[in-house]
Design a binder for this molecule. Structure first.
Ligand code: NAD
Length: 261
């Protein structure tokens, strides 16, 4: 229970990687504010189960992170409900796939808003309180696509590269305030976001999802396996630990060797 007494906000935690991170932090004793979209009854079950299983306080706030004012309101609501905000994980993200010349303007705006701008607004709102308590951990979930590109993902790759840059700036600015700011850069993790891409690829190629899973891994990920949300959660827990006290401003790959190419 290394994080007992800490309060964590994990954006986009009703699914996939965010849920894995929230679960890992709850297991260490942190109070959790969940956020994201989904079926209200299922989210309530998720919230109450997590609270009961780990004996921690768990709240939920359905802020839409595509809107700046809702991001700062989410940070304020977390502080109001739990009394502080010690760990901020900017995880919410969306994907859209099309070549540059056919990429819809509204999709560009949405991907940049949710994958990049929301993290800026959340850090802006969270840092003053972390400075006041002289302790804070910010983890931005970027991607291998924060460091290298793939075709047809112009908005996502731009947003994730931007997020790595914003991470470095925030890290330098808070380096002597007891705060660390890092980016995690996962390769492929089998979540609903990737499942949708696999289904699209199978439809277009006339294959099936199992065939496309193998092809997807072979294209980029030397280790022909997906990472799991639990493994991303374990890395977040480490970044919140005393052992990671001097790791800041770092883009940390967890990608089965993708970036080693
Ligand atoms: P997911 O689709 O399973 O989960 C995304 C979460 O974000 C959901 O809880 C969803 O409700 C929430 N969300 C989406 N739009 C939102 C909005 N406007 N406001 C609030 N919440 C919103 O996806 P995932 O694969 O778990 O992705 C999580 C993060 O990890 C994303 O930032 C993604 O870019 C990143 N990532 C994923 C992979 C992968 O292979 N899955 C790889 C690298 C990085």
């Amino acid at each position: 229970m290394s994080l007992k007494g800490k309060v964590a906000l994990v954006t986009g935690s009703t699914s996939g990687i965010g849920f894995g991170i929230a679960t890992a932090l709850a297991r260490e004793g942190a109070s959790i504010m969940l956020n994201g979209f989904g079926n209200p009854a299922e989210i309530e079950t998720m919230r109450s189960t997590m609270a009961k299983q780990y004996g921690v306080k768990v709240g939920f706030n359905g802020a839409d992170l595509g809107h700046a004012e809702q991001v700062s309101a989410l940070v304020a609501a977390t502080r109001k409900q739990f009394g502080s905000l010690d760990i901020l994980v900017n995880n919410a993200g969306i994907q859209f796939v099309a070549p540059v010349e056919a990429f819809p303007d509204d999709k560009w705006q949405a991907v940049i808003a949710i994958n990049l701008s929301a993290a800026f607004y959340a850090m802006k709102a969270a840092i003053p309180g972390m400075k006041a308590s002289a302790w804070g951990r910010i983890v931005n979930i970027a991607s291998a696509h924060g460091l290298v590109a793939s075709p047809n993902k112009v908005a996502y790759v731009a947003a994730k590269h931007g997020l790595v840059g914003a991470t470095k700036v925030a890290a330098i600015e808070t380096a002597n305030d007891g705060i660390t700011v890092n980016a995690i850069c996962p390769g492929w993790v089998l979540t609903p976001l990737v499942q949708r891409q696999l289904e699209d690829r199978a439809r277009q190629a006339g294959t099936d999802v199992e065939v496309e899973k193998k092809k997807m891994l072979q294209e980029t990920q030397s280790m022909l396996q997906f990472s799991t949300p639990e493994e991303i959660g374990a890395l977040v827990v480490f970044l919140c630990s005393d052992g990671a006290r001097t790791i800041t401003g770092a883009p940390l790959s967890i990608d089965g060797g993708w970036l080693a190419h």
